[in-house]
Every structure is written in C-alpha cells, then in structure tokens.
Design a protein around this ligand. Structure first.
Ligand code: ATP
Ligand code: RIB
Length: 316
C-alpha cells in the first residue's frame, strides 16, 4: 500500500449544541459544550489512518494543553505525528462551533496553523505512488511547496479548497484531484450554486474550470457526490441516514478517497467508499472522533438503501 501525507490544520473544536442557531445579535441558551479534536488537515489524516492507510500529518500546534491533547489523540488514531511541529509563537488552532438541527456554524482562529511554511513541508519524504492531500486552513505558499514536492516525487495530489477563498490558477495546475462542495465550486466557477442544483448545472460549472485531465468531485451533502472523471459525469447517491452533526463530513470524504487511492482502488470505487464513510461520520457528534473504520464502511455499503437517481450512476 502507498502512503498518505496530509499537510493541514489541527484545531481544538469547542462545540456548543443548541435547539436552534441564534440570529445575529440574539442569545440562545444551549444544551452542552464539548471539546472535540478537529481541523481539516487533522480530520482528513484521521479518516485515512482509521481506514488503514499509513498516514503522516504535517502541521503545527502551539505549546499548550490543546496542542498536547490533539497530538495524543492523533497518535492514538494511528497518524504519524513525527512531522508535527510545536511552536511557542502561537496558540493551537481553535474552532468555535455551534451545532443545531445537525447544521453548524464555525469560526476558526488559526493560531499555529497560520505559521506552517515551506520549511515544514520540506521534511516530508514523499515517494512515487503516495497521495498528498491539503486544504485551505494553512498558508497557500506552504500548500504550493507541498504539491510541487509531491509532483516531483511522482505522488498524486488532492486539493480540498476549503474553506472557500479566492486562489491563483497556478495552484490548480499542481492538483490531480479536486474535491470541493457546491459553494466552493461556485466561487471557483464564479457562479452561485446550491447543493440542490441539477446535475447539468453543476457539471457545467465543473467544465468551466481549466480542468485538463483533472478529476473534480463535488460533494452534495445528503445528495451524495457528483464527479467528472475522464470527462464523464459520475453520480453516486447519498446514503439515507439520520444526521446529527455534519462537521467533518467533507474531511471524512477526502481522507477516505486518499486512503482508497493509496490502496490502489479506482477513483470510482474510492468515491463510492468515501460516500459511505462520510454518511457514517454525520451520524456522530464531533469531527475527528467521528471518522469510521473500514469494517464500519463495509457494513454500511452492504446494508445501505440509496435513493434512485437519473444520471450516470456508478454502482459497485
Ligand atoms: P462540512 O464542511 O460540513 O465538512 P462539506 O460541505 O465539505 O461538509 P458535504 O457535501 O456536506 O461536505 O458532505 C460531504 C459528504 O458527506 C457528502 O458527499 C456525503 O457523502 C456525506 N454526507 C453529508 N451529509 C450527509 C447526510 N445528511 N446524509 C448522508 N451523507 C451525507
Ligand atoms: O471541516 C471541519 C473542520 O473545520 C472542523 O473540525 C473545524 O476545526 C474547522 O477547521
């Protein structure tokens, strides 16, 4: 099996649950406050490691209690933390999250994540066949350096451009597989998109990007995932489950795709597997601790009932 390298953020998620979200200027009384390991990079690394891929996380934490707890959690999930750097210059990344009716709002305070630089990336011993994964919660120059290194080594690069920000098209040139949700696609394609938009509109937006041979996967929440592979649309319907907290669903999806590709699976099989993995994640509270094992995903795939859908369904 090849290896997965994730360069990305590590956060402590401070999660308040409530019956509903407050409106701006309003105070609501919540139910509970809980602390969950999170951060897009850490979540994706945990997902890949729990699914069986040898996984290394490159990133930064502060020299503080959150940093210690997160490092211990990551190691316990089987993530290689040898390339995690502790820095006294900033606190560990923190996300303030409210969850109500399974939906969330998130404010991220990057802290140490904002200090990840090209020198941190340089320590990674990427090799041909490895999978290099990143997202937008660490500085863009560090991601570029990471992907350049990955490309030079013959690794496959996966970018999850989340949270959505404007970025230079030179970054896209370094990407083999783009995994994003509909609002991130909308920002890139310069058009407003909803996860309820029809496939033709979403694929039209995907085709408007400078795609070349790139694989582009659009996650659509409960609707599943729509991808463009070899210029062919592939749609995999979502699993019908009761979501309690969708935080980290996109990260679970990305980590699962990376783990499957590292295991030599086709992209179509990887998307099907990741769709099932993420449907398990949304049934659990928190991000990092919600990532499933391969056995759990296998069980979900064998018992799932998925809604029928029209276009180019991929079936296992
Ligand atoms: P987040 O930012 O909350 O992590 P996201 O917007 O990046 O999420 P989504 O498209 O919401 O990502 O979800 C990613 C994947 O998770 C979906 O493609 C699907 O496989 C799964 N998923 C999400 N929500 C549900 C749901 N309610 N039921 C079943 N599967 C879901
Ligand atoms: O994608 C979910 C993650 O985004 C959370 O764990 C939070 O830390 C924010 O980074």
């Amino acid at each position: 099996m090849s290896r997965v390298f994730v360069a990305g953020s590590i956060n402590m998620d401070v999660v308040a649950t409530a019956g509903r979200h407050p409106r701006i200027g309003e105070t609501v009384t919540g139910n509970a406050v809980r602390y969950f390991p999170g951060g897009k990079g850490a979540n994706q690394a945990v997902a890949a490691a729990k699914l069986g891929a040898p996984t290394t996380l490159i990133g930064r934490i502060g020299k503080d209690a959150f940093g210690d707890q997160l490092k211990a959690f990551l190691a316990a999930q089987g993530v290689d933390v040898a390339y995690l750097r502790e820095t006294a210059e900033a606190h560990t990344g923190t996300a303030i999250i409210t969850v109500a009716n399974a939906d969330n709002t998130i404010v991220v305070i990057p802290g140490a994540n904002a200090l990840v630089d090209a020198a941190d990336i340089a320590v990674s011993n990427l090799a041909k066949g490895d999978i290099a994964v990143s997202q937008f919660e660490i500085p863009l120059p560090a991601i570029s350096a990471f992907f350049k290194r990955a490309r030079a080594a013959g690794a496959t690069t996966i970018l999850n451009p989340a949270p959505a920000i404007e970025f230079d098209s030179a970054m896209l040139d370094l990407v083999d597989i783009l995994i994003l949700n509909e609002s991130e696609l909308g920002l890139l394609a310069k058009t407003g998109l909803l996860d309820t938009d029809d496939h033709a509109r979403l694929i039209g937006a995907v085709r408007s990007l400078p795609t070349k041979d790139r694989i582009i996967c659009v996650t659509l929440g409960r609707r599943g995932v729509l991808a463009l592979v070899n210029d062919e649309p592939v749609f995999i319907p979502g699993h019908a489950v009761k979501a309690v907290d969708t935080t980290g669903a996109g990260d679970c999806f990305v980590g699962a795709v990376a783990a499957q590709l590292a295991d030599g699976q086709s992209i179509e099989a990887a998307l099907d597997f990741a769709n099932a993995a993420a449907s398990i994640c949304v049934q659990r509270m928190g991000a990092g601790p919600s990532m499933p094992t391969a056995a759990e995903v296998g069980a979900a795939l064998s018992t799932s009932s998925r809604p029928p859908s029209g276009t180019h369904n991929h079936r296992r």
